[in-house]
Design a protein around this ligand. Structure first.
Ligand code: SAH
Length: 345
């Protein structure tokens, strides 16, 4: 059994408290935090302005999480990099680095697998293993910057897993990420995507962290949405939209909706009209994504249908755009690399 504490998962306050129990002064926490999160050392011995005794004490009390890249795929068309990481316990997750005009954005996983069961999603097919620790979410940023030499300017929690199903660790990750002695990233540059765990949306609103909430909607009708996303049976659309309005009124942040367009499933004129009715009067943005093909399902769509649907929505006065397709040559649909790796095992 590992009795050492995972130091990268501690908030600065938690580290300060631990160090004070070890008889260390509070300023040491800031010093160590900067070594960990800014200089990003890979061992305590590298913390050269600490005494040897303290470095040894740290070694005896803490572990430093490291995730290992096992496959790195680089797109030849648009600079997208997709990395399959092995976690310390042998599970696998995926991270995708995307390049946009405004800078590089990193899509991180929050769980090894997913329990939510969305029909079109590859992450769910390989099954749920466990929640990620804050250190494992953070390490996707640190290791990807290390591996690629690129600087990430925004983060989307849209990789494998349902972030609100790992609420406490995700919130801790966000606190560490935005700590001035840490990576110091403003949470204005972070988006969290959820399939719609309504209770947790209220909890998140209360924390008012300043991040963008992104809702995976995919249909304006309960019957169809429940078919595509089983979570809708527990949290139907009316309740979800109520939580979205609450999130906006508490945080003042416009809600973003994801809409994976699927031929013959959710792409009719009635769908567009109903969608328009749902978001009317609420500051929002709808992101249309032609569904990514996965081999277990026959769902299809293409860019031209997405553009047509988007035009219809815009004509109805809805703020909508088609998401740029990135990494088409490296099959960037989330969860596919992990599933291949698990199948090998
Ligand atoms: N669990 C969270 C975040 C991870 S999924 C959520 O559901 O939002 C990130 C986004 O990718 C979600 O909008 C999800 O619905 C979408 N997605 C999953 N599989 C997809 C596919 N095959 N094609 C298009 N979008 C997909």
């Amino acid at each position: 059994m590992n009795l050492l504490t995972d130091i990268l998962s501690l908030t600065k306050d938690e580290l300060t408290e631990r160090l004070s129990k070890m008889g260390e002064k509070p300023f040491r926490a800031g010093q160590i935090y900067r070594w960990l999160h800014q200089k990003r050392v890979t061992g305590f011995e590298e913390m050269s302005d600490l005494s040897l005794t303290l470095r040894e004490k740290l070694e005896n009390e803490f572990t430093l999480c490291r995730i290992e890249p096992v496959r790195i795929l680089k797109s030849q068309v648009d600079g997208t990099v997709k990395i399959l990481y092995r976690l310390p316990d042998g599970n696998h997750i995926e991270t995708v680095l995307m390049s946009y005009e405004h800078g590089d954005s990193l899509c991180v996983s929050t769980q090894a697998g997913c329990k939510m069961g969305c029909r079109f999603c590859a992450s769910t097919i390989a099954g749920f293993k466990r929640n990620l620790e804050p250190s494992e979410i953070l390490s996707q940023l640190y290791e990807t910057e290390r591996q690629t030499g690129r600087k990430v300017s925004s983060i989307v929690l849209m990789g494998i897993g349902e972030p609100l199903d790992n609420f406490d660790n995700v919130v801790k990750f966000l606190r560490i990420l935005s700590s001035p002695d840490g990576a110091n990233m403003s949470l204005r540059h972070v988006s969290l995507s959820t399939c719609g765990l309504v209770d947790r949306i209220y909890d998140l609103a209360e924390l008012n962290l300043g991040l963008t909430l992104s809702i995976s909607l995919h249909s304006p009708y309960d019957e169809k949405r429940s078919e595509l996303m089983p979570v809708n049976r527990r949290y139907p659309i009316t309740e979800l939209m109520r939580a979205c309005r609450d999130y906006f009124s508490v945080t003042g942040r416009r809600i973003s909706f994801e809409y994976a367009l699927i031929d013959g499933e959710n792409d009719s004129l009635e769908d567009a009209r109903a969608l328009c009715g749902l978001v009317s009067g609420m500051p929002s943005h709808i992101n249309i994504i032609p569904v990514n093909k996965i081999k277990e399902r026959s769902y299809r769509s293409d860019r031209s249908s997405a553009q047509r649907f988007c035009k219809t929505l815009c004509g109805l006065g809805v703020n909508a755009t088609v998401r740029r397709t990135l990494g088409a040559d490296i099959n960037a649909a989330c969860g596919q690399l992990r599933r291949e790796e698990e199948q090998k095992a």
